[in-house]
Ligand binder design. Structure first.
Ligand SMILES: Nc1ncnc2c1ncn2[C@@H]1O[C@H](COP(=O)(O)OP(=O)(O)OP(=O)(O)O)[C@@H](O)[C@H]1O
Ligand SMILES: [Mg+2]
Length: 258
């Protein structure tokens, strides 16, 4: 039997006296859109930090296609096929959008820098190919017309799209999205939902998404896990999670949100 794409085994992390994550078990299958829900401070971003190698776990293991990747450095994990966006956006604000995506493409392409520096014909052709790829990614994210705008000039929603374009530039199999709809209005959120589905099928992606907007998550995700105070309190289909009494108490509120 093929192993899950991503597997978390008994994963935990402490920050001083705070148990930010405790005994997290999760298996994400190839092609799934998998959602992480939970109140502020539940440990969702911390979980992304553990998976992407930014924070070392205090215990437990992270497995990628059945092989352990716990404690590998973030660039190595990225090269294995895991890319992410950041809740607090990590764009180069003075660079234009195309160059922000180019940064991601250069990392992935490992451009023969000597040729590029020497300005050889091969180097210039390679640069042009990468620029075309960057433009293509911006167009997929529906911000192609903003290619020459500095990232700082973009609306909040468009910056979130640019973050996704930059993450896709590394050619991931697993895309981690940390609150991609934050700051978007309802119609932007709906457009984003359709976009994530389209990208998932076009790039044969597996998606792990954190988002507070419950209706979006219930309609987008194949399965969901809910975290509360660092513990996984529920796991299952959107319908099962929505009706889970513990989830209603901890997160959705009496009567539920949806
Ligand atoms: N590097 C760190 N050092 C100390 N404490 C941390 C660190 N990173 C996160 N925490 C704490 O761990 C807990 C979980 O934080 P985390 O950012 O993962 O929550 P979250 O579920 O993403 O919340 P939100 O929905 O507000 O983004 C919080 O109490 C936070 O203050
Ligand atoms: Mg967070």
């Amino acid at each position: 039997m093929t192993p899950p794409l991503l597997e978390l085994e008994n994963l935990g992390v402490r920050f001083g006296g705070l148990q930010a994550l405790d005994a997290i078990e999760l298996a994400v299958q190839p092609g799934e859109i998998f959602g992480l829900l939970g109140p502020n401070g539940a440990g969702k971003t911390t979980l992304f930090n553990l998976i992407s190698g930014i924070t070392p776990p205090s215990r437990g293991r992270v497995l990628w296609r059945g092989s352990e990747i716990t404690n590998l450095d973030p660039s190595r994990i990225n090269r294995l096929g895991i890319a992410r966006t950041f809740q607090n956006l990590r764009l180069f604000h003075s660079l234009n959008c195309r160059d922000n995506v180019l940064v991601g493409l250069h990392r992935q392409a490992r451009l023969p820098w000597a040729a590029a520096l020497l300005g050889t014909a091969a180097g210039r052709r390679r640069q042009q190919t990468l620029r075309d790829q960057a433009q293509h990614l911006l167009e997929l994210l529906e911000i192609g017309s903003l290619a020459h705008q500095p990232a700082a000039a973009l609306s909040y929603g468009d910056r979130r799209r640019l973050e996704i374009a930059r993450a896709l530039a590394s050619g991931p199999e697993l895309l981690l999205l940390d609150e991609p709809a934050a700051g978007m209005n309802p119609s932007e959120k709906e457009a984003l939902r359709l976009l994530i589905r389209r990208l998932q099928s076009q790039f044969k992606l597996t998606v792990l998404i954190i988002e507070h907007h419950v209706p979006l998550m219930l309609s987008l995700c194949d399965r969901l896990a809910v975290l509360n105070f660092g513990k996984r309190i529920a796991l299952g289909t959107p319908e099962a999670v929505r009706q889970d009494p513990q989830v209603i108490e901890a997160y959705l509120g009496v009567g539920g949100v949806v």
